[in-house]
Design a protein around this ligand. Structure first.
Ligand SMILES: [Zn+2]
Length: 336
């Protein structure tokens, strides 16, 4: 359908080298230099960037996020990338997160824009701190988005190899749509995409009340948010090649925007919601929260220990004598 050139993997490496924690200068600079330089780019009041390509031929939105989970502030915002030539798996020197979540999604979207695949490309801010960019976008860009009669929103922000997400807490896409997209993806030999109802939050979830089919696709990273994060580069290349050929406009639209059925019980859903509200509150009033904790007799050293315990789970490097392949093999049979 479009002129296919081999995916430029160096561009992926360039994206993954830069740590872009939400609200950091490095993210700001990266967005300015790499997105706002696209002639048709439009930034909303929050900082989300949209690129519209031939929207007279499209009712499709694509979504990724520009922020990464790296700590901020950081003295050196560059990741040291390591690739295993045997498996084509990419990771870092194990001192920082790779940021394939969601650098890989960014890479796909920039390549699709280059190839002039029609669609509205949404580069969201602050996904990693509660989906704040897309949440705001759904409010302030209501009319702008409505003008495109969007029928589907496809996010590229999911681990592993097989998922076409139908639920992010509640239903976001119909099974019919997810199966049709899986079928188109599985034209690539070896791909085993299928509808999956156990998705977690990403930006497309914030548009389910206005766009009928909102999904999220596996892009071949895993152990995201940890220093063990790994990207299967070979898989990403093949997936990008497929994304350039899919006829997005032919996908069926079945879900009604009011359909929010949930595969989980009410308690789980309420629990997730509670956590999101808690995070919001802590971010809005850190000084007052600290005072309340003190009032309740929680000491700094005690709290520090609890924080360290949690951080250990995501930042402790493994011992040097541990074989490396323990790190970069997918936790299941993987993609062949
Ligand atoms: Zn992500």
């Amino acid at each position: 359908m479009f002129a296919i050139t081999k995916p430029d993997v160096q561009k992926l490496f360039n994206i993954l080298e830069i740590q872009r924690p939400s609200g950091s200068q490095s993210e700001e600079d990266w967005v300015t230099n790499n997105l706002l330089s696209i002639p048709t780019a439009r930034m909303d009041a929050y900082g989300n960037v949209f690129v519209a390509v031939s929207m007279d031929k499209s009712n499709t939105m694509f979504s990724c996020h520009t922020d990464t989970v790296h700590p901020k502030p950081h003295a050196d915002f560059k990741n040291k990338l390591v690739i295993d030539p045997m498996t084509n798996h990419l990771f870092t020197d194990h001192k920082s997160q790779l940021g394939a979540d969601d650098g890989t999604g960014i890479w796909f979207m920039l390549a699709m824009i280059d190839a002039k695949v029609p669609g509205l490309y949404a580069f969201h801010r602050d996904e990693e701190v509660g989906g704040l960019g897309s949440d705001e976008s759904a409010k302030i860009n209501k009319e702008y988005l409505a003008s495109f009669n969007l029928e589907r929103c496809i996010a590229f922000d999911r681990h592993y190899y097989e998922d076409v997400i139908t639920h992010q807490g509640t239903r976001c896409a119909s099974d019919t749509f997810a199966q049709a997209l899986s079928d188109q993806l599985n034209i690539t030999p070896g791909f085993k995409f299928k509808p999956c109802d156990s998705g977690v939050f990403t930006d497309s979830a914030n548009y389910t009340h206005m766009i009928p089919e909102c999904t999220n696709l596996s892009v071949g990273y895993w152990s995201q948010h940890t220093i063990k994060e790994t990207q299967d580069v070979g898989f990403a290349e093949k997936l990008l090649d497929r994304l350039l050929q899919i006829n997005w406009e032919s996908l069926p639209t079945v879900r009604d925007v009011t359909d929010n059925d949930s595969p989980f019980d009410e308690f789980d859903f309420m629990y997730d919601k509670f956590n999101m509200d808690m995070l919001d509150l802590c971010e809005q009033h850190p000084a007052i929260i600290a005072e309340i904790l003190e009032d309740y007799g929680v000491g700094v050293s005690e709290l520090q220990e609890l924080v360290d315990e949690k951080l250990d789970l995501i930042t402790t490097p493994m011992a040097d004598d541990q074989p490396l392949d323990h790190w970069y093999m997918p936790p299941w049979n993987g993609y062949k």
